[in-house]
Design a binder for this molecule. Sequence first.
Ligand SMILES: [Ca+2]
Length: 133
Amino acid sequence: MCKTLIIAVLLVIVLSVLGACASDSNIQITYIYSDGVVFRVESDEYVEITNLGDQPQDLEHWSLMDISEGYPLFTFPSCILAPGESIRVYTNEYHPEWGGFSFEYGRAIWNNSEPDVAVLYNRDGKEVSQKSY
Ligand SMILES: [Ca+2]
């Protein structure tokens, strides 16, 4: 009886830990629009992030960085990303229909000739997604 209960409790703990990990890894960088049309500053470049899982995820304190350069770094405010939903982090434009996120960076971020690598970190600073183009 007692043994069964302990096993049941352990099972619940293991499953919830696995569940937490799985939900993090379901948030992925799905597209990088690196070659913007806005002359020189390419403010219309963006990185698209999608929730590929079936649970909503709050991105508060998550961050996105161009690790090829080590900057810039964008840190998310509170934002619930619903299952199947995508948001974009623009270089220096605001598009409310895509969440309204921007690096507010005055120069192009994503190199057109030598592809950079974008990394998404969760609130614990752990890498959850990496993508080049
Ligand atoms: Ca570019």
